[in-house]
Design a protein. Structure first.
Length: 135
């Protein structure tokens, strides 16, 4: 997986499947909170403060979104505290909180053609030892 935030939109690309995802608005804020290492309860608190909504309404919108991220294998749940202390990124709260994941498969073949798939564990531009340039 790779991800990038461009003008408030997070693009996540699953390099194994060629599927890419778009997260905008509240979804981009959730992604930033996840990337910063926040737990679900910490995300609810941060989002409630940023969007000026009660925690219960944030939680009711957040839980199905997190479930969808898990179903798409974009995140995994870690039951253990790894000792990290999360940060709260600058959230771009606009309007009421809503989080939506858009899944796109229209460029799957093109993404899978990317030579980044043909590398060894060191990464691009190192080809696997059994593959010679031009083969």
């Amino acid at each position: 997986m790779v991800h990038e935030t461009i003008e408030g939109e997070v693009i996540v690309i699953d390099l194994a499947t060629g599927t890419y995802f778009s997260l905008q608005g509240g979804a981009a804020d959730v992604w930033a909170l996840i990337a910063a290492g926040n737990s679900t309860s910490e995300m609810i608190s941060a989002l409630a403060a940023a969007y000026r909504e009660d925690a219960a309404s944030i939680e009711s919108a957040l839980e199905p979104f997190l479930t969808e991220l898990q179903a798409e294998s974009l995140v995994t749940v870690s039951p253990n505290d790894d000792g990290r202390r999360p940060g709260v990124p600058d959230l771009k709260a606009t309007g009421p909180f809503a989080a939506r994941l858009e899944k796109h498969t229209d460029m799957t073949e093109l993404i899978l053609l990317d030579p980044v798939h043909d590398v060894d564990s060191i990464g691009w531009p190192n080809l696997p030892a059994d593959q010679k340039p031009g083969t």
